[in-house]
Design a protein around this ligand. Sequence first.
Ligand code: FE2
Length: 444
Amino acid sequence: MNHQLSDLSPEQLRAFVAGQLERSRARTVQLTDSVDTDDLIRQHSRLMSPLVWDYAHIGNQEELWLVRDVGGREPVRQDIDELYDAFMHARADRPALPLLNPTETKSYVVEVRDKVMDVLDHVKFDGGRELVNDGFAFGMIVQHEQQHDETMLATHQLRTGSPVLDAPAPPPGRRLPAAEVFVPGGVFEMGTSIEPWALDNERPAHPVHVAPYVIDTVPVSNGDYLEFVLGGGYESEQWWSEAGWAHVQKASLVAPRFWEVADGNWTRTRFGHREPLPLDEPVLHVCFYEAEAYAKWAGKRLPTEEEWEFAARFDPASGRTRRFPWGDETPGPQHANLGQRHLRPAPVGAYPGGASPLGVEQLVGDCWEWTSSDLTPYPGFRAFPYDEYSLVFFGPDYKILRGGSFGTDEVVARTTFRNWDYPIRRQIFAGFRCARDPKPSELH
Ligand SMILES: [Fe+2]
């Protein structure tokens, strides 16, 4: 996946799109075939939809955009549109809807996909429709499916019962050359106008000035975070914002989600496995308020999303903004922990091949990183192809997360990709790294 997509011939682009559709579907099938019918229908948490809802919703969005809009074909199941409209029904209410059962769901998504492959065979990528340019509509639907796959992976993490998912361990960590990196700041090009499958909120590219700052080389580890827990971090109001303190009291938070302690031994549950807390792995399942409180306790703060993207993309040698920290190459296993290749973040220091020119590591993959920024439109933002993708979410209610997790696919994990969620959410695969203002002695 690269911005050279526009250099492909229509036949090459067709083959590329077909491969991406196949890859996302294989993942959806793995995440749904691995559990029984009862697990597919059940709501594992009020925060999540039943897996069978995500499954049919994936097919329904594909039908709406690719079969009906791009293909101009007859609807497959117009009668179910309303059931699978994410804006019509809150997640908590979805189990009570007259949803398709798992067998009906499977045949529905297969029927839609068959029609989509036929649409793909006949579509004219240069037919003058912006929606279809460079295969955008197909790219949007592939990313939609992959994002729901990550959501379904989060449902798997919330599910109780014996483990059903498996994956090899990530590469080992290593000792870092330095705990922090000084970033000189300057003007860089934020966002993108050239990534063909970038979504509306990542556009357009625009110059941004960033003042000098210092950022952690890697995300905060479980071991670092445990010190905050053991040091009474959750009992000291001084580290928390007003909203954070109110939330920590109300929700009775004492540690990251899925952590437990017995006789001084800390464990965490990961996809049904209870295991000793791995101290060198990035902390996961903390909300924005917990990230913010830890940073204050550590004498630091969270980075803004501008600072995050500057660290990930700026190349001081050329003054150029890169696609990825390591360069313009699509992420490979040597760069980042993505795509559910491993079912956990990798230990800190595991990806020297993914370092940015400034020496910041593990920006892409492992865990989403909370930033201090709200979701706001870039200058020149234009809603495309519909207001409900981003526009309706702009404002102070959501905090931006960057970088993608081990559960994020490479087709989504652009360094311009902006994820957002409520500051209280912990079921997502989110951690964070800290930043701080430089000391006067560091400024020359
Ligand atoms: Fe969706």
